[in-house]
Design a protein around this ligand. Structure first.
Ligand code: ZN
Length: 239
């Protein structure tokens, strides 16, 4: 595939094996602006790839180097995902300037980039994740408009089709106790860093929101309603 090199100084040599792919949106007004930031030595941020809205792919950091895209993060028992992941920035207005749908041509390029990367590294579907999955208290990207279902259809990542009938059912409201504790346990099984205390504390609410953004994007409430509780069970079976 056609990739344009535009290297960032923000990287260092990699010593861990690559086992995860982290997807981001840029949350900026243009790919040029994002490129400026991701290559600014003072900003100390970067990603391996940037995909603009026309589907053009830029390589900012070589895959054998660590890029600075994940920050403080956790997934499936591992901390600090920069060391073992490849980060892809997708040009999008994000929650700051959007909402903005992702153009199909951009997603087709992403699918190609993912196939390309996975031909070189052993990366499981359970390890193709959102920035919000690994840093739920800090991050929302790539957001609830990101087409995880389509990506799954193309062979990348986990997706379980939400059930319409669950979404129509009434909310439990503020769930607590045993049910919440069980949901926390399942969210942990999926990979989230979440307490197992049966309480809807800030961290648990952030993780429920992150789960919804990724797996139940038509229902991003931060609440453990009936549809979310059921869907956590179904998704956890795939992990
Ligand atoms: Zn991000």
């Amino acid at each position: 595939m056609n990739i344009t090199d535009h290297f960032s100084p923000n990287c260092h040599a990699r010593s861990s094996r690559v086992d995860s792919l982290v997807l981001h949106y840029t949350d900026m007004l243009s790919a040029d602006a994002a490129m400026g930031l991701l290559c600014d030595p003072k900003a100390k941020v970067s990603a391996h790839y940037l995909i603009d809205k026309k589907g053009k792919v830029f390589r900012l950091v070589e895959e054998d180097k660590v890029a600075y895209h994940a920050g403080v993060s956790h997934w499936r028992g591992k901390e600090g995902l920069n060391e073992s992941s490849i980060g892809i920035e997708i040009d999008n207005y994000g929650h700051s300037f959007g909402p903005e749908a992702f153009p199909q041509v951009q997603i087709e390029s992403l699918v190609e980039v993912l196939s390309d990367i996975r031909s070189r590294h052993s990366i499981k579907d359970t390890h193709i994740i959102a920035h919000s999955d690994i840093a739920p208290l800090r991050k929302k990207d790539p957001g609830e408009l990101f087409p995880w279902a389509y990506l799954h259809q193309k062979g990348h990542g986990i997706w379980v089709q939400p059930k319409e009938q669950d979404l129509k059912s009434s909310s439990f409201g503020m769930a607590s106790g045993a049910m919440l504790k069980n949901t926390q346990k399942l969210l942990k099984k999926i990979g989230y860093d979440v307490p197992e205390n049966g309480l809807l504390d800030d961290k648990t609410e952030a993780v429920i929101t992150a789960f919804q953004r990724h797996f139940l994007p038509m229902n991003v409430t931060g609440e453990l309603d009936f549809a979310t509780e059921r869907h956590v069970q179904r998704v956890a079976e795939k992990f």
